[in-house]
Design a binder for this molecule. Structure first.
Ligand code: BEZ
Length: 211
C-alpha cells in the first residue's frame, strides 16, 4: 500500500553505518528525513551524499535528523563512504541503512518495479515530530535531487506547523506568507499584528510571523 501524507511513518530497526538503530529512537522528538539511493558506487548518489553531508549544520539547525538507505550490504557502504569523502570533500556524517533484504525499502514503497525491480528509486520522506509523513518526493535514478529545495520545504513545513499560514510559490524563509481562507479578517487582525494586505478576499499576504 502506498504511503500517503498524514500516514504514520512505519518504524523499523536496522543495521546502518553507525550501528544498529531504531528509526523512532534515532528521530527522537525532532523532524526526520529518510531518503533512498538506487545503488552503492554510483555517480549521482555519490554527489547527493556528499551534498547532504555538507548540509548537516542546516539540518541540525532545523532539529532534523537525516538517514540514507541503499539496498547494498554494510561492507559496501563502508567502502563507498571513503570514495564519497575522497571525491566530494565531505565524510557522510549520518547513518546509511544497509537494506539487502529490502525490508525498509518495501515498508516505504521505495522499489518501483516498472522503473527497476531490484533498486530503489530516489525517495524522500519527511517525518514530523508526531511521526506522521509530512512530505514524500519520488525522483528517478537518473536525476539527482535538489537538497536546497528539501531544506526550503522543511522551512515551510516547520513554519506552517506553528502558525496558521501557507507559503506561496517559490517561497523562501523570510518572505511574506499567505493567510488561509479559513482564517477570518477579524481573526487575522489578532493573529498577524504586523498587518496584512488583501489582494483578493481569498489572497491575503502578511510578513512571516516568526521574523
Ligand atoms: C547514479 O547514482 O548515478 C545512478 C544509480 C542508478 C541508476 C542510474 C544512475
Amino acid at each position: 500500500m502506498t504511503l500517503q501524507l498524514g500516514d504514520q511513518a512505519p518504524d523499523f530497526t536496522v543495521e546502518t553505518t553507525e550501528g544498529k538503530l531504531n528509526f523512532y529512537e534515532y528521530l527522537g522528538d525532532g523532524w526526520g528525513i529518510l531518503f533512498s539511493h538506487p545503488k552503492d558506487f554510483t555517480p549521482v548518489c555519490t554527489t547527493e551524499l556528499g551534498a547532504v553531508a555538507k548540509l548537516k549544520g542546516e539540518f541540525d539547525r532545523r532539529n532534523t535528523r537525516v538517514i540514507g538507505l541503499s539496498v547494498d550490504p554494510l561492507d559496501n557502504h563502508e567502502k563507498w563512504l571513503d570514495d564519497i569523502e575522497e571525491t566530494q570533500g565531505a565524510r557522510v556524517n549520518f547513518p546509511m541503512i544497509a537494506d539487502p533484504d529490502r525490508s525498509v525499502s518495501d515498508l516505504y514503497g521505495m522499489i518501483h518495479p516498472n522503473a527497476n525491480d531490484t533498486q530503489t528509486v530516489r525517495s524522500v520522506f519527511i517525518v514530523g515530530p508526531d511521526k506522521k509523513l509530512k512530505l514524500t518526493i519520488t525522483y528517478p535514478a537518473s536525476t539527482g535531487r535538489n537538497f536546497d529545495e528539501i531544506l526550503r520545504v522543511l522551512d515551510s513545513l516547520q513554519l506552517t506547523a506553528d502558525y496558521s499560514v501557507s507559503t506561496p510559490v517559490n517561497w523562501n524563509d523570510g518572505d511574506d506568507v499567505i493567510i488561509p481562507v479559513t482564517v477570518s479578517d477579524e481573526d487575522a487582525q489578532v493573529k498577524f499584528p504586523k498587518g496584512f494586505t488583501t489582494l483578493k478576499p481569498y489572497l491575503r499576504v502578511t510578513p512571516q510571523p516568526n521574523r
